[in-house]
Write a protein that binds this ligand. Structure first.
Ligand SMILES: [Fe+2]
Length: 173
């Protein structure tokens, strides 16, 4: 990465300092994003963007809670980009990269806006972790179909099967 990953992670940790789950979730999402990038044909430019996005994707949650009393997706999408932009500008990040990261952060709960592999990777990494910490009411067959329908990259599908299949309910038939 061109940007210093540790500095970005520390900025994220500072914002989430009262919400340890936010830090843990973000670091897991970053880990999945890196694993997907390792397995897919991702160039350095896309890798830089997906890494920054993974670290800052939920950064608007605290401000959303403060302003609207809710961490709901649409509020996070609204509050995240200006915070990410301020941090990235201060750190001297390239403006094209900032714009792209802010677009993805500002739409990261809206899969219909996915328009590139960098956004796709963020969507998949976040979805894996969110499903992992949700009660999944699907049998293995239905979960398998869900994974095939909702994940596009082969690497994310593989990770989803690995991380989620144990959570499927007992087969009823
Ligand atoms: Fe997230």
């Amino acid at each position: 990465m061109i940007m210093d990953k540790e500095i970005l992670i520390n900025e994220m940790k500072e914002i989430f300092h009262q919400v340890p789950y936010g830090i843990e979730h973000t670091l897991r999402v970053l880990g999945y994003a890196e694993e997907i990038m390792d397995g897919e044909n991702v160039n350095e430019y896309q890798r830089e963007i997906s890494s920054i996005v993974a670290i800052f994707h939920d950064i608007g949650a605290i401000e959303a809670q403060r302003k609207y009393g809710s961490m709901e997706g649409t509020y996070q999408e609204k509050e995240g980009p200006p915070i990410a932009r301020r941090i990235l500008e201060e750190l001297g990040c390239d403006s094209r990269i900032i714009d792209r990261c802010c677009f993805i952060i500002g739409n990261h709960h809206t899969p219909s806006r996915i328009d590139g592999i960098d956004f796709q990777i963020q969507w998949e990494a976040d979805l894996i972790d969110n499903l992992k910490y949700t009660d999944i009411q699907m049998d293995r067959e239905t979960l398998g179909r869900y994974i095939d329908d909702n994940f596009k990259t082969g690497t994310a599908k593989k990770i989803a099967y690995r991380e989620l299949m144990d959570k499927a309910s007992e087969d009823i038939h």
